[in-house]
Design a protein around this ligand. Structure first.
Ligand code: BGC
Length: 431
């Protein structure tokens, strides 16, 4: 039998509004999901209908013994048109917070989790100089209304995501070029033909984007980010924190980062150091005045002299294609603690699998890593598994099963998996 966490350790699960609530009709992603040139497998639709079924979901967490719930507030609901704030939607989130508290669950609230209001994208989205102020204006309204009820606030989920996406897009482009060359498509005619077709498709997509968003390029939060866009995200965090300090001084504030356990094989040290710099170290300056860092880890990435290594054949992988590597979490916590000396909170960690026994195995090894860190004196204050429910995994749709609770896509019926009570068995005060 494993040991439990101490009574004040926050143990729970996480979701994000767009992935679970349903009908997020004023958001950028909703519009993108319904475009002809969409990269989404399917639209989010009613998602898990969590907007209406949150009391049942929160109750299931309580029954399992969990003590906190990380969820996000949807900017597009609260401010569906620029400067127009919807009191009814703010009340909805007040009700969610109240429901958590009535069930003895601490709300850990994220103010931005990937989706944005559609109007923000029309203004230039996450590359526009006006976005930090727009975000701060939304946060100001929220804090006036709900701030006093919150103890843990994440401003922006995975502030480093845009640069990671830019890196992946660049790598993918290089791989495609190499593939075309290998398959003999390197004569100017063949290349010319493919490029022509690609350009045509791009032109049509840009035309549709212009029709839908009023701008030919959709800069949503997870679009490949430029250096300038990254500064916009950083500034948005700083301004939001200022507002929170003013209106909700009791709350602990931080951002969250997507952090791979970056490892180097001989010869790969430089690549690995570069990635860690871009993924983590560059955000240290804006985190200096934060109270905590939200650590989000799913796997490791290994570098050799040629760059990122592919996962060796025969290695166990999750549905997402990531290496099954729960030890990554403990490694990342130790690594960030070398440079960031405040509280740490594991805001996401999890596995997509149809086989719940692999989820339990993952949890067991990941949580033992967290417990070792705490034993060694690291200030890890909480852990929220991703995700509470089988939900909308962005462009991949509903095929990825991250949840501790299964959701019947037709009836919306919830079926807790064994992993839910397994996670609960780690809660403080349990045997
Ligand atoms: C995001 C979640 C996502 C999860 C699993 C994280 O990057 O914050 O929204 O569902 O990873 O892919």
């Amino acid at each position: 039998m494993h040991t439990t966490f101490s009574g004040d350790f926050l143990l729970g699960a996480a979701t994000a509004a767009h992935q679970v609530e349903g009908n997020n009709t004023k958001s950028d992603l909703w519009a993108m999901e319904h475009m002809v040139h969409t990269s989404f497998e399917e639209p989010s639709g009613i998602a898990c209908d969590h907007y209406h079924r949150y009391p049942e979901d929160i109750k299931l967490m309580k029954q399992a013994g969990l003590t906190c719930y990380r969820f996000s507030i949807e900017w597009a609901r609260v401010e569906p048109e620029e400067g127009v704030f919807d009191k009814k939607e703010i009340s909805h989130y007040r009700d969610v917070i109240r429901c958590c508290k009535e069930n003895g669950i601490e709300p850990v609230v994220t103010l931005h989790h990937f989706s944005s209001p559609k109007w923000l994208i029309t203004k230039g989205g996450w590359e526009a100089d006006t976005t930090p102020e727009d975000f701060a204006a939304y946060v100001r309204v929220l804090m006036k209304e709900l701030g006093s009820e919150l103890s843990w606030i994440c401003t922006i989920n995975e502030a480093n995501m845009g640069l990671q996406v830019a890196e992946i897009a660049e790598r993918y482009k290089k791989q495609m070029m190499a593939k075309m060359q290998r398959s003999g498509q390197d004569s100017s005619v063949q290349m010319g033909m493919n490029l022509e077709k690609m350009m045509q498709q791009q032109k049509e997509a840009a035309k549709e984007t212009l029709e839908v968003f009023g701008t030919p390029k959709c800069e949503n939060f997870t679009s490949p980010r430029t250096e300038h866009g990254d500064e916009i995200v950083q500034r948005a965090h700083i301004l939001a924190r200022k507002v929170i300090r003013e209106l909700a001084p009791q709350a602990k504030v931080g951002l969250t980062l997507s952090l791979h356990d970056v490892q180097a094989l001989p010869g790969g040290e430089e690549f690995a150091a570069g990635i860690w710099e871009r993924e983590f170290l560059r955000y240290l300056p804006i985190m200096q005045e934060d109270d905590f860092l939200g650590v989000q880890n799913y796997t490791r990435s290994v570098y050799d002299q040629n760059g990122l290594c592919t996962v060796p054949e025969g290695t166990e992988c999750t549905q997402m294609g990531y290496e099954f590597y729960p030890e990554g979490l403990g490694h990342v916590l130790r690594r960030v603690a070398q440079d960031f000396h405040k509280d740490l909170f594991v805001t996401e960690n999890g596995i997509a699998t149809e086989d719940d026994s692999r989820r339990i195995a993952y949890l067991s090894r990941a949580l033992s890593g967290v417990q070792d860190c705490i034993r060694d004196g690291l200030p890890v204050r909480g852990y929220t598994y991703w995700s509470l429910l089988d939900n909308f995994e962005w462009q991949k749709g509903y095929s990825m099963k991250f949840g501790l609770i299964a959701v019947d896509r037709k009836t919306m019926e919830r079926t807790p998996k064994e992993s839910l009570s397994y996670l609960g068995s780690y809660a403080g005060g349990r045997a």
